[in-house]
Design a protein around this ligand. Sequence first.
Ligand code: PLP
Length: 385
Amino acid sequence: MAYLDHAATTPMRPEALETYIDCARHLGNASSLHRAGREARRRVEEARERLGAVLGAKPSEIVFTGSGTEANNLAIKGLHWARRESGRNRILSTSIEHHAVSDVVEWLRDHEQADVTTVGVDERAYIDVDSAVADIDNAPDEVTVVSTMSANNEVGTIQNLGPVIAAAGAHGIPVHADAVQAIGHVPMSFSDSGLTALSLSGHKLGGPTGCGVLLLKRATDITPLLHGGGQERDIRSSTLDVAGICALTKAADLAVTEQEAEERRLSALRDQLIERIQQIAPDAILNGDPVNRLPGNVHFSFPGCEGDALLMLLDAAGVECATGSACSAGVAQPSHVLLAMGRSEDTARSSLRFSLGWSTTQDDIDALAAALPDAVKRARSAGLS
Ligand code: PLP
């Protein structure tokens, strides 16, 4: 099989898997006082130190969570709740967020009457930074939190959040970035970013699924989601997943250390794939920025084809990829990201994402290029339903 769905989940790096297995063999709750507990604690704190060094964060700014989704929930709800007061009840976000952000914001709007400002994007999925800055400057006393993504999970556009972070910072408004797709793939230092909070996820960078991190600036007021033993400085409770934490750290360490070389390698494969797809299907539309996109992201609309049909045809031919769309009651929904970019429903439904990662080789690209002509021909003759 050619696996081209690394943005959904990327295989664990062998070193991270070894670390996981090694740690999982050891008994011990990191909160216990006996020898086994102290040993587990040592592993966690060494991982925290290392992860901080790798991400440009202080160890005390790391909150281990159970996923990227949990990190996003903690950042948005936690910062909104901590800062909500009379007159301040507005969350600023964008129209292209992953559901792990947009559904949190919508939940706060629908269940807790939060006011929500949704910033739009242009046809390449760049956030309208001027309008975000104006929204902040026009009502700085209303905003509890700004939450936006560093790089888009569907079309791969890498954002320039600098002006938004600066505008919010001038008014003491915390900015949270969902960097789940960016960490390990583009350069990133938490301390240089000016962000208050940043989410990442283990299984997007070669670590285990079910492990995430929220980086949170020190002395930030945040209301916890999970109450219990207060293991993560009372910001998050739950017995620490020592093996997951150590394996995530190992994977992040490798991904960040190798980031530059891997960016060069993957961008070359990505650009070759883009060119080959354009030769195979000259009317295919490349979505996102042609250059400033995640090194492993290729996203096309194939006019006249149903994305799901293409996906299944490619799957049958040994190539695994993704559509951006969610399935609701068995009916393919067009991607909200593509609609926000101004694409029509038909174009949005005819889209596929091919995402490359650390284990991708030339063979995977060749396999897709070999399978695509027939898949497009057959999907096109079936047409859009
Ligand atoms: N944010 C983005 C941009 C993502 O792509 C994903 C996963 O697809 C998540 C958040 C959720 O992360 P997790 O799967 O760890 O909950």
